[in-house]
Write a protein that binds this ligand. Structure first.
Ligand SMILES: Nc1ncnc2c1ncn2[C@@H]1O[C@H](COP(=O)(O)OP(=O)(O)OP(=O)(O)O)[C@@H](O)[C@H]1O
Ligand SMILES: [Mg+2]
Length: 234
């Protein structure tokens, strides 16, 4: 059993078209259990493309991706969906909550696709809602919440199936700095309780709150190291 939850080798993604775009060039990327990694880099550098592949939402053009010791190229679509639902949680820039649906029901939603018995759903959802500090808002609908609160609901929803890895793509991108800080506080708490967190951000101050940074440029990793030493791109 490898301690790496995620291991890619020479991962490549080409979007075909009139002029094909090589979105990822031979990415070797490894994440160990319990790490908090920030992926930084300019717009168009391939960050979201990598996250889509790591999150089993898209397939690479070539190269290998081993997730939780499984070579993902050998899995059927059904097995990939099962692995994704059971082990991965996602948080996006736009919160993607159901309108006119309470916080509690939004957080419970992924459980409907899980194997957890329905009698435990309320308790499981409430645990994550308290983790993000929204117990006093369970009956509110998304339109009755602030942006930061909505994102914390989205995080609770990502956590409710007890995933091993949380992927967050620009989770603070639509938030003012105070709400963004509250969302980052929650991600830090997840890291502290042992979750593996992979955060995409173009904001270096946000990235500094992670543990390790990976800098992307033009579809390639150009630097990796401590979040305090992220170089400026020329
Ligand atoms: N479905 C697609 N079809 C064609 N090209 C795509 C597709 N998705 C992404 N691309 C291209 O791949 C490159 C990488 O895109 P990606 O979305 O990964 O960038 P990013 O680093 O996430 O940028 P941003 O910070 O703006 O979100 C870009 O040149 C983009 O135009
Ligand atoms: Mg992106």
């Amino acid at each position: 059993m490898s301690a790496n939850l995620i291991e890619t080798k020479e991962l490549k993604k080409v979007f075909e078209g009139e002029t094909p775009t090589i979105a990822l060039h031979d990415i070797d990327f490894t994440v160990r259990k319990g790490e908090f990694v920030a992926i930084v880099g300019p717009s168009g550098s391939g960050k979201s493309t990598l996250l889509q592949i790591l999150g089993l939402l898209d397939a690479p053009t070539s190269g290998s991706y081993v997730l939780l010791n499984r070579d993902t190229s050998t899995l059927t679509d059904e097995e990939l969906a099962e692995l994704r639902n059971r082990t991965l949680g996602f948080v996006f820039q736009s919160f993607n909550l159901l309108a006119r649906t309470s916080v509690l029901e939004n957080v419970k939603l992924p459980l409907a696709y899980s194997k957890f018995p329905s009698k435990s759903w309320d308790k499981m959802a409430m645990e994550q809602i308290s983790l993000v500090g929204l117990e006093h808002r369970i009956n509110h609908e998304p339109s009755q919440l602030s942006g930061g609160e909505r994102q914390r609901v989205a995080i609770a929803r990502a956590l409710v199936t007890n995933p091993d890895i949380i992927f967050a793509d620009e989770p603070t991108g639509n938030l003012d700095s105070a709400s963004g800080k509250a969302v980052m506080d929650v991600l830090i708490k997840l890291h502290q309780i042992g979750k593996t967190v992979i955060l995409i951000t173009h904001d270096r101050n946000v990235a500094k709150r992670a543990e390790r940074a990976v800098l992307f440029k033009d579809g390639a990793i150009v630097w990796e190291g401590s979040v305090n030493g992220i170089p400026e791109l020329s």
